[in-house]
Every structure is written in C-alpha cells, then in structure tokens.
Design a protein around this ligand. Structure first.
Ligand code: G3P
Ligand code: CA
Length: 327
C-alpha cells in the first residue's frame, strides 16, 4: 500500500490492521482525515519497526567484519590476573574486540568468573579457608567475593576480587567490548536466564567444549550466537567424546552441526582446507590461543576469522597490519 508522501506500509495484507485501514480509506471520509490517519499510522509503525530492527546485536555485527577479530583470553592475562576486572579493562584498552572469560557455578547457583574447577591456582582460598582443592561449587557467591584473586599474579593486584558473571558482562560492555562467555560448568538454563533478564541476548557470544550444553542452549534460546570449542569434551546428546584427533576434521564438522553453533573455536591444528570446509558450511573459525604475531598472521592468511590471545596489543597490531589484504 503506497499512501501519499511515498511511505510504504509494512502491514501484511492479511492483517487486521490492514483490513481496518483499507476499510477506512475506502469509506467516504474527508480526504484530510484520510491523510492524517495515514501519517499517524505510518509514524507509529515506523516506531515499532525501529524497535524491532534496531541494530542491537553487536555480537552478530562482529562476525560480519572483514578483518579477523581479536579476542582477549581471560581478559589480557599476560599482564593482569586472569578473569578479573583489571584484566578485562587492560584487554579493552589494548584493542580487543571481544573479551573471553570462563564461568562456573557457586554453591548457591550463581555464575562466577573463574577458569579452574578449584580455587587454588588463582586465589588465596587455601590460606583463607585452610583447605586445598576446594571446588567452586563448594562455596557461596558471597564467600567467594571475599577472596583475593590478584596477589598470586602480582602484589600490584592485591585485593582484586573474583567477579560474578553478571558484573563482568556489564563491565566489559560498558567498556565498549563484546563478552565471549566460556561455560565451564552448570546447565544452559542458568546462563539463558541471566542473558534474557538483562537483555543481553546477542550482546555476548557463548562458547563451550561441552557440545551437549550448546545444543541445550540452542534449544532454549535459538537466537543466541554460539561457538563450539573443539575438540569437544562432550558431543551433542550427552556422550563423553573420545578425542580421536585434535585436528579439525569433517567428522567434527558433522558433529558441530548438531549444536546450533555458528562459530567454530578450534586449537591451532586447523589446515587451510579444513578452514575452507568450515566456511563452506557457513561457519566462522576462531583459533586459540595464539600469542605469536607471525603465527596469527599465518592463521589469518589461511582464513581464520578470529584470534584468541593473551597478548592483545601485539596481535591487534598484527591484524591491523593485514587490513585490506583480505576481502
Ligand atoms: O576460549 C578458548 C580457550 O579459552 C579455551 O581454553 O583453557 O582457556 O578455557 P581455556
Ligand atoms: Ca577459556
């Protein structure tokens, strides 16, 4: 329908709204009234469309870039204690497009940003609680908040806390980055609930070595952009995977199709042919963990769409030096 002024209505011709408008416009109402109604409907529809289609999916926008994206591994863990707010800040300052972090669930079911299943390596838990090898799920989020997650790395970071996932995601986005959330434990519904409640669907990317978790996530929230880390610890459907090869093979690509993931996040054992096969299936390929700029350039030359690194500044510089050399 093309009313005066050249603005097009986007109501489906079968819709009720369309039917009412047509009825009104075909009635003998004064022309001025028809025009006023036309304009009012056009404006309100435009507002609805702006809301529906506003470009609020930074995660999807990132994966359509020509230049490979640079992903800060656990923030910028070469120069700051991993998975902490200072590490995320330094990663953003160094030019990371995405900030990767890991989460486990606390005893009271709250997602907590930490890599290992136990506290010992990256906190003062053993000293504070007099026990080693305590698991993340053995303590509540409030108890974990009392830990020092910075001193083990350098005295300059003494007193830095283990962040909750929600706090970390907010911090990274406020700093202009896109969080890359790596699931380490817990069911998909916990993360889906958090992202929905905070309006963060597709403002983040979610990845896991557990392809069963990915499939569950995809079934619960098909809009969310997912990445499959490989080789997996568990394949979709629940079976523990017996890793035949750490190389990216057609077999792994077939398995990946069961997860709903659009990004393949693989180790460095990705040949150019494997990269091409993944691309032909419409997948993006990100590679971990690459700290050598020359290797990053070689991988990007083979077609890698993203590099996960501890050395954000150096890899960012290397990727920028390639600008224009890829379509
Ligand atoms: O995100 C990729 C990479 O982080 C996977 O290894 O051990 O750091 O979780 P890891
Ligand atoms: Ca990780």
């Amino acid at each position: 329908m093309q009313p005066k002024g050249g603005v097009t209505f986007r109501f489906p011709p079968q819709s009720k709204t369309w039917w009412h408008i047509r009825r009104f416009m075909e009635s003998p109402a004064p022309a001025a009234c028809t025009i006023a109604l036309t304009q009012a409907v056009t404006i309100s529809q435009a507002l609805v469309e702006m809301k529906v289609s506003k470009p609020d999916f930074p995660a999807r926008a990132l994966i359509s870039r020509a230049r490979p994206v640079v992903i800060g591994h656990r923030g910028c863990c070469a120069i700051a204690p991993e998975n902490t707010l200072p590490s995320f800040k330094l990663g953003l300052d160094a030019g990371a497009d995405l900030i990767e972090l890991d989460y486990h669930l606390s005893k009271d079911g709250i997602p907590i940003v930490i890599h290992d299943a136990t506290f010992d390596r990256t906190t003062d838990a053993r000293k504070r609680w007099g026990k080693s090898r305590l698991r993340i799920g053995d303590r509540t989020a409030d108890e974990i908040a009392a830990l020092d997650a910075g001193s083990w790395f350098d005295a300059r970071f003494a007193g830095v806390r283990v962040p909750r996932l929600a706090e970390a995601l907010e911090f990274i986005q406020r700093g202009g980055g896109v969080p890359l959330i790596e699931h380490k434990s817990g069911r998909a519904e916990t993360c889906v609930k958090l992202l929905r409640e905070r309006g963060w669907i597709n403002r983040v990317v979610v990845i896991s070595f557990d392809w069963s978790y990915l499939r569950e996530f995809h079934q619960l929230e098909p809009r969310q952009l997912l990445g499959a880390l490989g080789p997996p610890t568990r394949i979709a459907g629940g079976r523990r995977s017996r890793v035949a090869s750490r190389r990216l093979s057609v077999g792994w690509l077939d398995r990946l199709a069961e997860t709903g993931a659009k990004i393949l996040v693989w180790n460095r054992l990705v040949s150019e042919a494997a990269m091409e096969r993944a691309h032909r299936r419409g997948l993006k390929v990100w590679v971990y963990t690459v700290n050598d700029p020359e290797l990053a350039i070689r991988l990007a030359g083979r077609g890698a769409d993203g590099i996960i690194t501890n050395e954000v500044a150096a890899i960012r510089k290397a990727m920028s030096s390639m600008a224009g050399s890829r379509s």
